[in-house]
Each structure stands twice: as structure tokens, then as C-alpha cells.
Design a protein around this ligand. Structure first.
Ligand SMILES: Nc1ncnc2c1ncn2[C@@H]1O[C@H](COP(=O)(O)OP(=O)(O)OP(=O)(O)O)[C@@H](O)[C@H]1O
Ligand SMILES: [Mg+2]
Length: 237
């Protein structure tokens, strides 16, 4: 079967900020369609609107104008409760600064999204442990983020993003706070996710990283400047 399914269908996205009497158009009419299984690198200079777009795609923010359908659901029509549910179940978000809870162990952090999904505790823990094994942290499950390296924290964050089996994985500079070796390890996890058929949109400043994705979307002044698909280049060993 070769069915293509649109995970992201966004049209005419505008995001304005009103600050100190001026209006900033962080997004100025962005159209973006992403099929299931694509690995999109979102690139562009600082201030071009990448994080703003990612927040809207992740339902953390809403556009001032435009339409966004996530996995066939028109997001703008949802109320706050339904939106929170979509965020919880359809989106896995990975941030540059990990955004883990320092008082909780790796397992508890990873299991957290399942708590909102009403899954019994024993199952939450079992699934979180399995996910931590997948990202190579079987021996760090009971550590808290302050007892882990940056690369390990980012693996915990990836495990947490994957735990609900989301339709879309979003990552904003996931290797930005890591040394090159840990960054390469994190990137290789994303590549594996892509090869398993997952849909990934990743913001990166690094052209080399962008080249390993299957598609590059470049933003400039809140607009899509270019959009190109190519076979992913093999990462260096
Ligand atoms: N909360 C906000 N209030 C006002 N302006 C904002 C806000 N967030 C972002 N902006 C502005 O919107 C524009 C786009 O910001 P955004 O964070 O999306 O850029 P970016 O491409 O992610 O940049 P970077 O690569 O530096 O992370 C910038 O001009 C920024 O100053
Ligand atoms: Mg940003």
C-alpha cells in the first residue's frame, strides 16, 4: 500500500505579535503540507519564524490568521480541552533545553504524558521503561535530570515525546545544547525514527544536519523561501 496521508496541512499562517506599540509579523503567510513519514528540516536565519511556526504546528500557540489541519483535524475548531488532548496524544515535542522535571526520575518524566491519557500506573511505568531502553538508557531509569548528561537528558526527552505514539514529532534545535558527539547520537535516534516511518519536523541552524533530512524548508522573514526534497545524505560514521 502506498497511501500518502497529510499529517500537516497548513495554509496562510500568519502570527502577529503586538509589542510596545509595534506589530511584528513573525509569520507572514506560511503554507506547509507534510506527508506521513517525511523528515523535514526547518532552517532559516535567527528571527525568521522557525520556533513560532513549530509552536503553532505543535498546538502550543495559535495563528492570528490561517488554517491548520493536523492529521485531518482542523485545530482552530477545537476548544481548550480538545486542544490539550490533541497536544498530548498527537504531538511529541523535543526542545533545545530538554524541559524535563528535575524532581522526577527519567522513568517518571517519560511516563508523564500517559498520566494525562488515563493509563494505569503499572502500565505507564512499563511503557516508559521500554521507551528508555529504546533510547539506550536502560541503566539510567532512576536518575533525575540533574544526575544525567545533556545528551542523556535529551534522550529522556525523546522517549517522553514518543511515549504516546504521536502522529508528529517536532524538535526545536534538539542538538543545540549538546557537544558534537552527543548531538550526533541524538540525530541518529531521529534518523531511526524516520526510517521507522515517523513524521519529524526539526528546526536546525546546522546545514549539515539539515542535509540528512529528506526535505528542507527554509524560512525567511516569516515566509517559506524555498522547499526542496532530496534523498537524505548518509551521515558520517
Ligand atoms: N512572544 C513574542 N513577542 C514578540 N515578538 C516575538 C515573540 N516571539 C517571537 N517574536 C518575534 O518573532 C520573530 C520570529 O521569532 P522566532 O522565535 O520564531 O524566530 P526563530 O527563527 O526561531 O529564531 P532563532 O533561530 O533565533 O531561534 C522574531 O522577530 C521575534 O523577535
Ligand atoms: Mg527559535
Amino acid at each position: 500500500m502506498n497511501e500518502t496521508v497529510l499529517v500537516i496541512d497548513a495554509a496562510g499562517l500568519v502570527r502577529q505579535y503586538h509589542t510596545g506599540g509595534t506589530v511584528i509579523r513573525a509569520l507572514n503567510g506560511v503554507d506547509l503540507r507534510v506527508d506521513r513519514g517525511e523528515f523535514v528540516a526547518l532552517v532559516g536565519t535567527s528571527g525568521s519564524g522557525k520556533s513560532t511556526l513549530l509552536s503553532i504546528l505543535g498546538c502550543l500557540d495559535q495563528p492570528s490568521e490561517g488554517h491548520y489541519c493536523l492529521n485531518g483535524v482542523a485545530v482552530e475548531a477545537l476548544d481548550t480541552v480538545a486542544l490539550a488532548q490533541v497536544r498530548n496524544q498527537q504531538i511529541g515535542f523535543v526542545f533545545q533545553s530538554f524541559n524535563l522535571l528535575n524532581r522526577m526520575t527519567a522513568t517518571e518524566n517519560v511516563a508523564l504524558p500517559l498520566r494525562y491519557a488515563d493509563i494505569p500506573r503499572a502500565e505507564r511505568v512499563a511503557r516508559a521503561e521500554l521507551m528508555l531502553e529504546r533510547v539506550g538508557l536502560a541503566d539510567r531509569m532512576h536518575h533525575t535530570p540533574t544526575e544525567l548528561s545533556g545528551g542523556q537528558c535529551q534522550r529522556v526527552a525523546i522517549a517522553r515525546a514518543l511515549i504516546t505514539d504521536p502522529a508528529l514529532i517536532l524538535a526545536d534545535e534538539p542538538t543545540g545544547n549538546l557537544d558534537s558527539r552527543s548531538g550526533a547520537e541524538i540525530l541518529s535516534i531521529f534518523r531511526t525514527l524516520h526510517s521507522e516511518g515517523r513524521t519529524v519536523v526539526m528546526v536546525t541552524h546546522d546545514d549539515h544536519i539539515a542535509e540528512t533530512a529528506s526535505r528542507q524548508v527554509r524560512l525567511s522573514d516569516g515566509q517559506v523561501q524555498s522547499d526542496s526534497r532530496h534523498a537524505p545524505r548518509k551521515a558520517p560514521a
